[in-house]
Design a protein around this ligand. Structure first.
Ligand code: SF4
Length: 329
């Protein structure tokens, strides 16, 4: 039995002060990943600061932006009419994640921060894990690694980021709002994460005690079509082998606007900048999509267990682009 203190924060400032002032403290919101990791002995906080009653539950459209409080649940965001009408790829990505029960508990802020599903990370009996024990090595590189990543990885860590909705949000240029003891800041989601090859032990730019208070999501331009395609081993309650979040504006058979994110293949929700460049002002046809998909996996770093993802990621992206553009397979 481990001693654990629990307090409920009255406001965001108090929550930030409490966690910042104690290196063993952590925020508690939906808890859907955190409590599992605590039971497994991977996380051992000495103090949990409950933030669930903070006023961070709103969904507010403002012009061409949707402001989403970090404590909005996945189900609440998926049910929002603006999300359904203006950024349907976000709704599809949300509903492709977890189970209904989990989506009713899990918050958007927590989803962005969910920890890797790497089995070696989640088992403290495994000594080699650079993420859990910096400098110890990586058990996944030499063992079964079918669910691991091929982009933004190295022999130091190949853990994949597990979120679906973050893939859609990174494609849309969403911005994370953050509050810390020294003030507030806003960070584009494309700059928020750190790759496993950069720093296995540090997954994002948050300092200890900084709290995500919300996410600002730009709405898609008029005429855009979008979708999220997830390839996985079973139809529900399963993480992505590969996925693609795509938004396109196509007119006169030419791609005028493209936003592409990839999931299941990156150590972070992966923005496919090269694909977007290849698609820009190109014909919206299968040949273009296939060529663009090749650039998505350029620089992939694989181990025997993950090599199949190089081709699967391209096929997933081509299928997603064809579906969204209305181009026959
Ligand atoms: Fe740890 Fe990353 Fe290796 Fe998994 S892939 S064992 S999280 S270092």
């Amino acid at each position: 039995m481990r001693a654990l203190e629990y307090v409920r924060a009255a406001d965001p400032g108090e929550a930030v002060r409490l966690v910042s002032g104690d290196p063993q403290a952590a925020f508690l919101a939906g808890g859907t990943t955190q409590l599992d990791l605590m039971k497994d002995g991977v996380l051992n906080p000495g103090l949990l600061v409950d933030i669930t009653r903070l006023p961070l539950h709103g969904i507010e459209p403002n012009g061409e932006m949707l402001h989403v409080g970090s404590l909005v649940t996945m189900e609440e965001l998926a049910a929002d009419p603006v999300v359904a009408a203006r950024i349907p790829l976000v709704r599809e990505a949300l509903l492709a994640g977890a189970s209904t029960q989990l989506r009713n508990m899990a918050t958007i802020g927590g989803n962005l921060l969910q920890r890797p599903r790497c089995r070696y990370f989640r088992d403290p009996a495994v000594p080699q894990c650079n993420k859990r024990v910096p400098g110890s090595g990586c058990a996944a590189v030499e063992n079964t690694a079918r669910m691991h990543a091929i982009l933004g990885v190295s022999e130091r860590c190949i853990a994949a980021h597990a979120s679906d909705v973050a893939v859609a949000l990174v494609a849309l240029d969403a911005v994370v709002r953050i509050q810390g003891v020294s003030g507030r800041r806003a960070v584009p989601l494309t700059d928020f994460y750190r790759t496993a090859s950069e720093s296995p032990e540090r997954e994002n730019v948050l300092a200890h005690g900084e709290l995500i208070t919300g996410v600002d999501i730009p709405l898609l331009p008029a005429g855009a079509r979008s979708g999220y395609l997830k390839v996985r081993d079973r139809a529900s309650y399963e993480f992505a082998l590969t996925s693609a979040a795509v938004a396109l504006v196509v007119s006169d058979g030419v791609v005028r606007h493209a936003r592409v994110g990839l999931g299941g293949v990156g150590s972070t929700p992966w923005r496919a900048w090269g694909v977007e460049r290849e698609l820009s002002d190109a014909p919206a046809d299968r040949a273009t999509f296939r060529q663009a998909a090749e650039s998505a996996v350029r620089g992939a770093w694989t181990v025997p267990g993950t090599a199949f993802k190089v081709e699967l990621a391209q096929r997933t992206l081509v299928r997603a682009l064809q579906t969204v553009a209305g181009v026959a397979a």
